[in-house]
Design a protein around this ligand. Structure first.
Ligand SMILES: [Zn+2]
Ligand SMILES: [Zn+2]
Length: 339
């Protein structure tokens, strides 16, 4: 595992001190939690995964904020945790943080059920994802393995009451809330003066993971691209600080790269279908796009292609080839061809 970078301070043009605390949210994924000081109340943006290593690194990060930057911050001082979105790598640590600090919890209403009624969300989301995998044509044994990679598992996380629902456009203690659905339904970016905390909406290296709307409403490529446009209309920003990966200095340049990446992938899908002798399932398309993946990369490939296929189907670029069969079955495998 590569060594984590040290805690780093960023100061907004409104005088807020933003401390970036790196932590290993999963064994092969590092994340960033942000501590904001200089507001009415000390505020944490995201809470890590809750994994033992991640929590230890978070507390060591607070220690560095004290020792390296002379901030007299203690966990008990924390007044608020704002979640950019309710994915486990961002809110798994929330129950412990709230228990130890008594901080209020602020989440957009479309992500709040995952936090406040975790088990219900876990059961519902898993069912929706299983149905997606069946319709994608993933064969049973592999489907079980991909489902096991799905983050939502009943009993995995203790639910925490949400004390404040975030509303698009509101100012919360000097922080502007920008609802950016796509990567998750209730994803928000947070503008702190000229710093943008971008969560997983805009990352510096990776194209944000997409979910099909058939798995979760308010996700999908259409919502995501609308939210990219929405962020482009805000700012300007000195820097973007994301939930993973390094800072982004040039928002316009990064957004252009993201647009190009999505266009290329859509074109590639259309090209595969154009040259295929027969209609193809999402599983077959994802194998052609990303070769045969196992484990979590298989989940990423299937949801990525699933979201793009849905986008193209909604816009009439591709159609279901075996409509008669599909009409007869409760959960049919869907095969696509060009319109
Ligand atoms: Zn995420
Ligand atoms: Zn994340």
């Amino acid at each position: 595992m590569p060594l984590l970078p040290p805690v780093k301070q960023f100061v907004s043009d409104t005088g807020v001190r933003v401390y970036r605390i790196p932590c290993d949210v999963f064994p092969r994924l590092s994340g960033r939690v942000y501590l904001l000081l200089g507001l009415d109340v000390p505020t944490l943006v995201d809470a890590g995964s809750g994994a033992e290593t991640c929590m230890r690194q978070l507390y060591e990060g607070f220690e560095q904020v004290r020792s390296e930057y002379g901030e007299p911050f203690e966990l008990g001082d924390l007044g608020r945790v704002i979640l950019t979105h309710a994915h486990i790598d961002h809110f798994g640590g929330l129950p412990e943080i709230v228990r130890r600090s008594g901080a209020e919890v602020a989440v957009h209403e479309l992500d709040q059920r995952a936090v406040s009624a975790y088990d219900e969300r876990a059961v519902r989301s898993r069912h929706a994802f299983d149905r997606f995998l069946r319709q994608a044509g993933v064969e049973p044994q592999r489907r079980g393995a991909v489902l096991d990679e799905f983050g939502y598992l009943k009993g995995r996380i203790q639910s925490v009451p949400v004390t404040r629902e975030l509303v698009d456009g509101e100012m919360l203690d000097g922080i502007r809330v920008i609802h950016t659905p796509g990567h998750s339904p209730g994803h928000v970016c947070l503008a702190v003066g000229d710093l943008l905390l971008a969560g997983d909406h805009i990352l510096s290296r990776t194209v944000s993971q997409l979910w099909p709307e058939s798995v979760a409403a308010w996700t999908g490529l259409g919502h995501y691209l609308d939210s990219v446009e929405k962020v482009a209309r805000t700012g300007p920003y000195q820097l973007l600080l994301s939930g993973h990966e390094p800072v982004i200095h040039d928002l316009g340049e990064r957004l252009e790269q993201i647009h190009q990446a999505h266009s290329r992938r859509l074109e590639r899908l259309l090209e595969i279908l154009h040259t295929s002798a027969r209609p193809m399932t999402i599983d077959e398309l994802s194998e052609r796009m990303y070769s045969r993946q196992q484990g979590y990369p298989a989940l990423l490939a299937l949801t990525d292609v699933g979201a793009r296929v849905e986008h193209l189907e909604e816009r009439g670029r591709i159609v279901i080839a075996d409509l008669e069969e599909v009409a007869e079955e409760a959960c049919p495998v869907l095969r696509y061809r060009l319109a």
